[in-house]
Write a protein that binds this ligand. Structure first.
Ligand code: SAM
Length: 392
């Protein structure tokens, strides 16, 4: 991720603007780490300034505000470097070619799927599309279908968005998000196909696999009657595991094939074919109509907190629930009534990081609203109990 190192940063008077970036405020922790809240092109970023050996300051984007395009964060860091009159010791923020920071209309955030996405036609989903060969091929072949491609690897996302633009493909929405949690955001019975092609096998850490009982349950809910969940893998263990999980359903229609050729092969598949590996397909066909579910809502804080008291009692701590934890990591002060608390929460297989932003006693999640998924509801409860325990 983009970052730079320097020995000095000129203090800024907030708020201020420089280049395309608006710098809102900064917050400082007891460890003397600094956060700078910045925004540009409708996106908000947190920059972290931390101390390194040799009197160096490392400036980088905080992971909680992952940019939709790395080039946007590069530009924010360049503006911060220039407004702070920093002299770089080392850096990877100056791009080789001119910065192209336009945002693709086809790149969507999870908030879009939580609040604005409307189903107007049949949906097909591809999980972990990688180079995008299969996704692009299917989208061109089926222009009447709305495709949703989910991927966490930014270069793959940018490559597919570029291809959509070059080839005028308008029926793909791309989402940078963990596919294991995505299905919760789709209405029931609206998906015709879900492709999971050559997922990371995670043979030593099977709990990290995309395919799991909860993923299969949610897939069955969103699939329409006769909709299909298609796994294609070169890993015999992944194949057996997934087949086993599908067989746990009380009633199933599963088809298995070995070494079936598809119209299009991905880069991974080409590699396995050269190595003469076997390829397994497992297709689960949904036959039932699922009940409709309400849209996922957002989690809010209703109670105000006594921030000065909270600050005097704050300590780094991990609180555990049933198979679950919340880690209160670091408190950053903006001033006596305002500050940010860095937290991470989740179960073993997936952790979320975010901040609690306290403004004059009122608490909210930052950078985004936290969506009321099943796991987040548990975390939210623990967070509120911990804050109540500290303040009362
Ligand atoms: C082995 S590659 C296969 C890519 C592509 N399907 C193909 O056949 O060439 C697996 C892809 O899944 C993506 N991925 C892994 N875990 C994911 C997750 N939880 N959510 C979304 N994508 C994920 C990875 O970034 C990677 O691009």
């Amino acid at each position: 991720m983009p970052n730079f190192q320097t020995h000095t940063l000129k203090p800024l008077t907030y708020p201020c603007a420089y280049g395309d970036t608006y710098f809102e405020c900064e917050a400082i922790s007891a460890k003397n780490n600094k956060l700078v809240v910045a925004s540009t092109k409708g996106e908000r970023y947190l920059l972290r300034v931390s101390h390194k050996e040799g009197n160096r300051l490392l400036v980088k984007g905080d992971k909680v505000t992952r940019p939709s395009q790395v080039s946007i964060l590069q530009k924010v860091l360049m503006d911060f470097r220039d407004v702070s009159e920093a002299i770089e010791i080392c850096s990877n923020i100056e791009p080789k070619r001119a910065l192209h920071v336009t945002r693709s209309p086809y790149l969507k955030t999870i908030d879009f799927f939580a609040s604005s996405f409307e189903v107007t036609r049949e949906i097909w989903v591809e999980v972990g599309f990688g180079s995008g060969r299969h996704l692009l091929h299917q989208a061109k072949k089926h222009p009447h279908i709305q495709f949703i491609g989910i991927e966490i690897h930014k270069p793959s996302i940018e490559q597919v968005l570029k291809q959509c633009e070059l080839q005028n493909i308008e029926n793909i929405l791309v989402l940078d998000y963990d596919a294991r949690l995505f299905m919760e955001f789709l209405p029931s019975n609206c998906v015709g196909k879900i492709f999971v092609h050559f997922p990371v096998p995670w043979d030593k850490k099977p709990h990290r696999r995309v395919m799991s009982q909860s993923f299969i349950d949610e897939a069955m809910r969103v699939l329409n009657q006769s909709g299909q969940l298609e796994l294609r893998t070169d890993s015999p263990r992944y194949f057996e595991f997934s087949f086993g999980e599908m067989m746990k359903l009380s009633k199933v229609n599963v088809h298995v094939k070995k070494n079936e050729a598809l119209e299009i092969t991905s880069k991974y598949e080409d590699r396995w074919l050269r190595m003469e590996k076997d390829i397994y397909d497992v297709t689960l066909i949904n036959e039932t109509l699922s009940p409709l579910i309400p849209r996922v809502e957002t989690l809010q804080f209703s109670k105000e907190i006594d921030f000065p008291k909270f600050c005097s009692l704050f300590r780094e701590e991990t609180v555990r629930g049933d198979g679950f934890f919340v880690h209160f990591e670091e408190l950053y002060l903006i001033d006596i009534s305002n500050g940010l608390i860095r937290i991470s929460f989740g179960a073993n297989e997936r952790n979320e990081k975010c901040y609690l932003w306290v403004k004059e006693g009122h608490v909210s999640y930052f950078p985004n609203t936290v969506l009321a998924t099943q796991s987040n509801i548990q975390a939210d409860k623990l967070i509120k109990e911990w804050i109540d325990g500290l303040c009362n």
